[in-house]
Design a binder for this molecule. Structure first.
Ligand SMILES: [Zn+2]
Length: 116
């Protein structure tokens, strides 16, 4: 079953953060992964040690505290991208495993009202 174009909501079992994803390629995604919440302390960088758990592409509407705008996307990595990976990881992606990346939002065009 493909979830192409479908959104999923992962929930952290420790800090409670939500991570919203969208599948932009056909393939498989993990049930769980390490939380991506990070913060900077005075002398150190902390990463949440919780686990993000899949909610299995829940149908919308979602609860009001959960954003429905995906900030991360699952994509099929290219052959070149996985070249240096361990053989078992390369195999995982060859078998249809999708990779997660942050969606880059292009900057807005300049607002004409703000031009001199
Ligand atoms: Zn967390």
């Amino acid at each position: 079953m493909s979830f192409l174009g479908k959104k999923n909501a992962y929930h952290c079992d420790k800090c409670g953060a939500w991570l919203i994803t969208i599948d932009i390629d056909k393939g498989v995604t993990p049930f769980s992964m390490q939380c991506k919440v990070e913060r900077w302390g005075v002398n150190a960088h902390y990463r949440c040690e919780g686990t993000l758990l899949s909610n299995f592409y829940p149908p919308e509407p979602w609860p009001p505290n959960v954003s429905s705008i995906p900030e991360w996307e699952w994509y099929r990595p290219s052959k070149e991208e996985i070249q240096g990976y361990k053989p078992e990881y390369q195999e995982y992606y060859r078998q249809g495993g999708l990779k997660l990346r942050k969606i880059l939002i292009p900057p807005l065009p300049p607002n004409p009202l703000e031009l001199p």
